[in-house]
Design a binder for this molecule. Structure first.
Ligand code: ADP
Ligand code: MG
Length: 312
């Protein structure tokens, strides 16, 4: 199968049908109809075999995750997904692999109303680069720099499941299915990000670990925070390890971390509960820069390794 047959077969009808696409996959450029009332949100992420995923990963899980991590960035900005492009580098054109990859990718795309409008296909070591585009009204943007002293720091869902799956796999131990799913098939908090627009002051999605990612919000906002470790939402399996680092410094959660005025917490919690998503308050923003961690008895805790850094 040649390059063009491959593109036609697997990528020419991928994701939701949308009225705002004049020309999609197949021409020199995609032609799109912009929305003049909202801001265009753009984000790109690359997944490289051996760095971001095991080379033998199931192709449908890879297709899912490549889009999910990008949708998670739109979610963290409060944006609604619209279009995406895909740069795919493949060692070979294997029809079974491509069919499964496209299944995972395009299935998730349909669920989130986003459509593949173009891309590039080359031969080389397996890597997937995906760029997403979405829309957000100016007054519903969730920026990193909006955290204010006294805000509560909150997170959606549970933290540490994906990191525990990765740890077990690296140790050669069996990985419970529920944890494997959290690592392979994160479900981006797009609906939650949209529901938090105009309510949260700041937000970020958790890809590198809570301490590192919240650190970006604190630095951008020129504030600090105090977190209560006992309040970190953790699944029974993560709790059973007794290891705080999984929830604090483990990556790949793709939950949202946000700050909001304490008096708006109940409203936010109710809105997310309607979407089936738990929201937990885990600490508070303070004037003094830096991240302070409080142990079970209120004692200060020091974190040695705060998260993933490609060049760290
Ligand atoms: P060009 O040589 O002009 O860059 P290509 O041969 O790379 O064009 O691509 C032909 C068409 O197929 C373009 O519309 C491009 O956007 C699309 N395309 C190529 N690879 C992919 C892909 N992996 N996913 C979606 N569309 C793709
Ligand atoms: Mg090209």
């Amino acid at each position: 199968m040649g390059e063009f047959e491959l593109i036609r077969r697997y990528f020419s009808d991928c994701g939701a049908r949308r009225a705002d696409i004049a020309v999609g996959v197949g021409d020199d450029c995609a032609l799109l109809r912009p929305d003049s009332a909202r801001l265009l949100a753009v984000s790109i992420d690359t997944l490289v075999a051996g760095v971001h995923f095991f080379p033998e990963v199931a192709p449908d899980a890879l297709g899912h995750k490549a889009l999910a991590v990008n949708l998670s960035d739109l979610a963290a900005m409060g944006a609604e997904p619209a279009w995406f492009t895909l740069a795919l580098t493949l060692p070979a054109s294997d029809p079974d692999w491509l069919a499964a990859f496209a299944d995972g990718l395009c299935g998730l795309a349909r669920r989130f109303g986003i459509r593949l409008v173009g891309g590039d296909t080359t031969r080389g070591p397996l890597a997937v680069t995906l760029q997403v585009h979405g829309w957000v009204a100016q007054d519903r943007v969730l920026p990193r720099q909006g955290a204010r002293p006294e805000d509560w720091v909150c997170v959606t869902g549970n933290l540490g499941d994906a990191a525990l799956a990765l740890r077990l796999k690296r140790l050669g131990e069996s990985v419970p299915e529920i944890l494997q799913q959290r690592l392979d098939r994160p479900w981006p908090r797009v609906a939650e990000g949209l529901a938090l627009g105009g309510l949260a002051h700041a937000a970020i999605d958790l890809s590198d670990g809570l301490a590192a990612d919240l650190g970006h919000v604190l630095a951008a906002s020129g504030v600090g925070a105090r977190l209560r470790l006992v309040d970190l939402p953790r699944s029974p399996k993560v709790q059973a390890t007794g290891d705080w680092a999984l929830a604090l410094a483990g990556g790949d959660d793709y939950e949202l971390c946000l700050t909001l005025a304490p008096e708006r917490f109940e409203e936010a919690r109710t809105r997310l509960a309607a979407l089936g998503c738990p929201l937990t308050a885990i600490g508070q923003i303070e004037v003094t820069p830096g991240l302070r961690l409080e142990g079970p008895e209120g004692q200060p805790i020091t974190l040695v390794n705060s998260g993933y850094d490609h060049f760290g």
